[in-house]
Design a protein around this ligand. Structure first.
Ligand code: AVI
Length: 313
């Protein structure tokens, strides 16, 4: 349950987004319990190549990754890593000092931490409940760490606008600090049809995931969106190298959110997500500005996705 201050802060943010000439709502409102479940379902879709490609890379190259990470590193994951990728990594890191998952949802974190402690009984799991895009304090590890290595899988970096992604990488740079590293998953630019299919799957799960944001707002923020009168739209904007996901109003209508009303014209859209796709050069340039140098890049055989190890310079 969100506390009252957080609730009203979120409501203000939603109102501000819906008051813009081009309406938008932050992708963080996708992730209530149902939204997280739907995202999980997306990762298993045949069209959503990202997860499979990243897993293929992790399985094949984890030994090279952990060699670069070195022994007694403190592994800090941005997001609660209950997934297979995290387990592959943790199963191979040599004598990790600690594993620190950072996630805004304390409940989700606790669940993850419990499961990981069960599977890795010798690992010091030290969850931090925080918004990782803001500065946060690292816990003191019992075993002194040789270095901090931030793990940021899934191409979640792509959901941040370029300026915000830079800010986030700078924040990661200060966490990794001198001698530290960043192991990051970054989706790559490729054939437009392949990308667009990943966000317009034939089973309609991504559409449901997108529309679930409105259900979430109805449930938690006293909104009255009619889910049947909005449709999912995802298209790849080549000039920006990103998927843009929107919810489009099927008719002229007025929607209440808390104590405010918002008018929609027919076909007016709410922007709900960007998902940037990178070139290797573009990613290296962005990492460079944030103070990282890309040390090694691993690709899947179809060159769809990259996992990159960057070091603090
Ligand atoms: C979490 N993130 C990396 C996903 C992506 O591909 O940008 C979220 C997503 N949106 C639609 N499908 C998946």
């Amino acid at each position: 349950m969100l506390d009252k201050v957080q609730h009203y802060r979120a409501l203000d943010e939603i109102h501000a987004g819906l008051s813009k000439r081009k309406k938008r709502i932050s992708p963080k409102y996708f992730y209530d319990e149902r939204g997280s479940q739907l995202f999980d379902d997306i990762t298993r879709l045949p069209e959503y190549y990202l997860t499979n490609a990243e897993l293929t890379i992790m399985r094949k190259h984890v030994d090279e990754m952990t060699k670069l990470i070195g022994p007694r590193a403190n592994i800090i994951e941005l997001g609660a890593g209950s997934g297979l990728k995290t387990r592959i990594l943790l199963g191979h890191v040599k004598e990790p000092a600690a594993y620190v998952p950072v996630d805004i949802s304390a409940a989700h974190l606790e669940q993850t931490a419990r499961a990981l402690r069960g599977d890795f009984p010798d690992l010091d799991v030290m969850p931090v409940a925080a918004d990782f895009s803001q500065p946060f304090d690292l816990p003191q590890t019992e075993t002194p760490a040789v270095r901090n290595v931030v793990y940021f899988p899934g191409s979640t970096i792509g959901n941040f606008k370029n300026g915000d992604a830079m800010d986030l990488l700078e924040q990661v740079h200060s966490i990794a600090s001198e001698g530290g590293g960043l192991l990051i998953g970054a989706d790559l630019q490729k054939d437009v049809d392949v990308i667009e299919r990943a966000y317009n799957d034939s089973a309609g799960v991504t559409a449901e995931f997108n529309l679930n944001m409105l259900r979430h707002l109805n449930e938690v923020y006293e909104a009255d969106f009619d889910l049947d009168s909005f449709r999912h739209k995802a298209h790849y904007k080549e000039s920006k190298g990103r998927i843009e996901m929107r919810l489009v109003s099927e008719r002229e209508q007025t929607v209440n959110v808390g104590d405010r009303a918002f008018d929609f014209e027919k076909d007016e859209a709410i922007l709900t997500e960007y998902s940037h796709k990178y070139t290797l050069e573009g990613f290296a340039a962005m990492a460079g500005v944030a103070g990282f140098s890309v040390k090694q890049v691993w690709l899947d055989p179809d060159r769809l996705f990259s996992v990159q190890y960057c070091v603090v310079v």
